[in-house]
Design a protein around this ligand. Structure first.
Ligand SMILES: [Fe+2]
Length: 720
């Protein structure tokens, strides 16, 4: 206890932070100074965040404003008022920093009701919402709880990803995200439900929009991803590594202004389907949008909706749109200019950021419309210059072409394992740079946030002219139970000391092949393809064939140098996230020696012939006509070549009609095994090389349920 008591602190006095008073607190350096100093920094960071969040709700004009949804797909604002407080309780419980709930009823109401980062799929369960005063009283209880923890809980430095104190900073950063997303909901609310507030004053500066132009950005390397030792808080998706060479490109000097976007609106851009991507067309026909969502046309005059008021259109402010609108604008511009105009990729945005020399400061106002340092609104696109460009960060978020994907080494945090993973679906694009209200972690270079492409934030765009897009790294996690089990069976861990099955089979095969030629091998029924890769460490080329394109997809993905990502069931709906690449298995050198095709083992394409070795692992008892396969397989094999069969002989009528089983039944009153059937069917063209052997395998179903099977292996040499 001594060391703990030594680090206790009195409640910090505001005078301690007088130099920072005019600035909204920055996300703290967690590795600087003593434990006492860190307690003080966290205290200030928590209290200022909690207070500012509450002041945001003071812009609501009446009680009804808390309960009416501002958009149909989100909860009403009363939920968000309580939610950020409940989040602290939930995460502190998981981190074991507290042992009991404050208000179980509220904490069930205000827990996650919406898929947080996919921004849709509202759970429409009926809620009996408490009053704003009741929620405020609850928030006060949570405030006291968190302040007490910051002042008195044992603190072991450093505060990092594995430290229980991470939960406190997670709660604060989470609240800062909701400060922004709630401000968007308030902006989307009826004007009658909101009122102006001295802490939330917009800019009124406006002038003519500057003429936009394209400027060169030199080629260069970008290095993304942060290490766990980084002194600032990060969300799971920021960790790991990613490096890329970015070719020279051109980017617009300014964000696209309302004036520049008006040319698209007036050119009937919203009525011209050809400029919209397929998903954008669906959004357009559903919403019937004719202009950006915060624009309003009255008596021939355009107005812009800000958070708490409507103003005459500031033409020099950035156009705020979703991805579909930004993309349609680019496609329209492309058709006008013949240039390959598009949105930047995430890598290109980082290149722009790196050449702009933008510096964050914790003690001075930043030279960007960011951190709430300047206005509670956007401002002119030519107000903040960063090198040759303007608004590289700040003002409004900038849409990119890149769907969010995990860096190499991605891992979920145990107390918030669904922060990012639901967005790894190729449907959430990264937005970069932050807006006027982005603060905390959101303003760091490393921050990565992604939104559904139809979603509105305080977000706009800048366009670039560059070559065609490179495919983005895959982000999809295989969640199909069978495919995930096979991913683990082939590429995952070993259980109960049973060696990896495809690898064991190939070891037996190579021993049996001895000095025989090893030019070409066929892995038929290759499933996820592990044996195909293992065979390629011995053969010049290997063909993997499977009936299921979904299984082959895993092998193809790995052969392309990508990472196979899948979830494994722990129990019920709980899963763990796993990833494997060929490099993890020391197989990256053979990726060019394999090819995968979809095919039917009972009806193989004629060109699949001339093999020295054929493996059919766990295949014959899954075929609809195993005799047809066995009667013709010799045609694929060179004379002297070897056929390796392995099967547990689990005949099921689901796969093979009973009359087509080749064994495992009574024949003329006597037991007739599958091995008997094999000898009969293969006898004409093959010689049995040795008596059958058994090779075990284990398939993991859940954390506590495994399938342990013996597969019988036979080797057959083609003799004619
Ligand atoms: Fe949340």
């Amino acid at each position: 206890m001594n060391s703990i008591n030594n680090t206790l602190c009195k409640k910090p006095h505001l005078d301690d932070f007088s130099t920072h008073q005019s600035l909204f607190t920055r996300t703290p350096n967690l590795r600087e100074g003593s434990a006492l100093a860190l307690r003080q920094r966290l205290h200030e960071y928590f209290v200022t965040t909690f207070d500012r969040y509450e002041s945001l709700f003071e812009t609501l004009a009446c009680e009804e404003a808390y309960y009416e949804k501002s958009i149909p797909l989100r909860h009403p604002l009363i939920f968000y008022f309580g939610h950020t407080a409940t989040f602290f309780v939930n995460k502190l419980l998981l981190a074991r920093m507290i042992e009991k709930r404050i208000n179980p009823r509220f904490e069930s109401i205000f827990a996650v009701g919406v898929d947080e980062m996919s921004w849709d799929d509202l759970n429409d369960a009926h809620y009996r919402w408490p009053t704003p005063l009741e929620v405020k009283a609850y928030r006060d209880q949570v405030r006291t709880l968190v302040v007490n923890l910051i002042e008195t809980a044992p603190l072991q430095l450093p505060v990092d990803w594995n430290n229980p104190w991470w939960a406190i900073i997670m709660g604060i950063e989470h609240e800062r995200i909701h400060l922004e997303t709630s401000s968007v909901l308030i902006r989307q609310h009826k004007l009658a439900y909101v009122k102006s507030h001295p802490q939330w004053k917009p800019s009124y500066e406006t002038s003519c929009a500057p003429q936009n132009e394209l400027l060169n950005v030199a080629q260069g390397e970008v290095v993304l991803g942060k290490e766990k030792s980084n002194p600032y808080y990060g969300w799971d998706n920021e960790y790991g590594t990613h490096k890329a060479q970015v070719k020279e490109f051109q980017a617009s000097k300014f964000l696209v202004s309302n004036q520049e976007f008006l040319t698209f609106v007036e050119a009937e851009g919203y009525r011209s389907k050809q400029f919209w991507e397929e998903e954008g067309q669906a959004w357009l026909s559903f919403t019937k949008a004719q202009h950006p969502t915060f624009w309003h046309l009255r008596k021939g005059k355009w107005f812009l909706r800000l958070m708490t008021e409507e103003v005459s259109m500031p033409w020099d402010w950035p156009a705020e749109v979703n991805y579909h609108e930004a993309k349609a604008f680019c496609n329209w511009k492309k058709s006008l200019t013949g240039l390959s105009v598009r949105l930047p990729t995430e890598d290109e945005w980082y290149r722009l950021y790196d050449v702009s020399n933008l510096k964050n400061s914790s003690t001075q106002k930043i030279n960007a419309n960011l951190h709430l340092d300047h206005h509670a609104s956007s401002c002119s696109v030519n107000k903040f210059s960063h090198g040759d460009f303007y608004d590289v960060a700040g003002n409004v978020w900038q849409w990119t072409e890149t769907p969010i994907y995990p860096f190499e080494g991605f891992d979920v945090h145990t107390i918030y394992d669904d922060f990012t993973t639901p967005t790894f679906d190729e449907r959430h694009n990264l937005i970069k740079g932050g807006s006027w209200i982005s603060c905390g972690n959101e303003t760091l270079r490393e921050a990565r946030y992604a939104f559904r492409r139809h979603f509105f934030q305080h977000a706009g765009f800048r366009y670039v002219v560059s070559e065609e897009l490179k495919p983005v790294p895959g982000s999809h996690y295989e969640t199909d139970k069978l495919l995930s089990e096979y991913a683990e069976f082939h590429y995952g861990d070993e259980y109960f000391g049973v060696a990896n099955f495809p690898k064991s089979l190939v070891e037996c095969a190579i021993e049996m092949m001895g000095d025989r030629p090893k030019a070409r091998a066929l892995d038929i029924g290759c499933a996820s393809g592990r044996a195909t890769f293992e065979l390629a460490t011995h053969f010049d080329s290997v063909t993997g064939i499977d009936f299921s394109a979904r299984f082959i997809g895993q092998g193809v993905l790995l052969a392309n140098g990508e990472t196979l990502r899948y979830t494994l069931t722990e129990e019920g709906e709980l899963v763990q996230y796993k990833s494997r690449s060929l490099a993890d298995l020391n197989l990256q050198a053979v990726k060019d020696k394999v090819e995968f095709f979809q095919g039917d083992a009972c009806n193989l394409k004629p060109q699949l012939t001339g093999y020295d070795f054929i493996l059919a692992a766990n295949l014959i008892d899954r075929l609809y006509n195993p005799a047809k396969f066995l009667n013709s397989i010799h045609e694929r094999l060179n004379i002297g070549g070897v056929l390796m069969l392995s099967s547990p002989y689990t005949w099921l009528t689901d796969h093979t009609p009973r009359e087509d089983w080749i064994g495992g039944l009574k024949k003329d009153g006597e037991s007739f095994t599958t091995f008997d059937g094999l000898k009969m069917l293969l006898g004409e063209h093959f010689k049995l090389l040795q008596q059958p052997i058994e090779v075990p395998f284990v398939i993991r179903e859940t954390k506590r349920k495994f399938q342990h099977t013996l597969s019988e292996v036979t080797f057959w040499e083609r003799i004619k």
